[in-house]
Design a binder for this molecule. Sequence first.
Ligand SMILES: [Zn+2]
Length: 138
Amino acid sequence: MIIEPLPLVLKNNHTLNINVFKDTCNVCVRYCLYDRKKKRIIKLSENRANGYGSSKITNHAEECALKDLINLDQKNKCDIYIWRYNKNGEIKSTHCCKSCTKLMYKYNLESRIFTFSEGKRVNAIVKNPIESLGNLIR
Ligand SMILES: [Zn+2]
């Protein structure tokens, strides 16, 4: 299977190994921190939606990305990108849920979080975000 490459301009990303994402389950939200100037992904990771009998409530990709951003990007050079893969390895857009939207506004990141739609980047904040299942349980 071929995993669709990210539609980002990448320079100097020898360590970027997109193949870490071997399974393309639809519920895993992937995220990366992308340095706008250096055109480099400084962190690439994923979040697995909980479920499948697990009682553990996992953090959303946005929350994980925010933590990484605070640790790795003190100079505010990075944007956050979130997305999923479908079973064909194609990139699917994903949008912030209600609570993540609030979180992004709280940290003034609402214009720095993106997803991909048809090979282009689009803002991941939507006007009417969905409630997240995890937060409903909480
Ligand atoms: Zn969320």
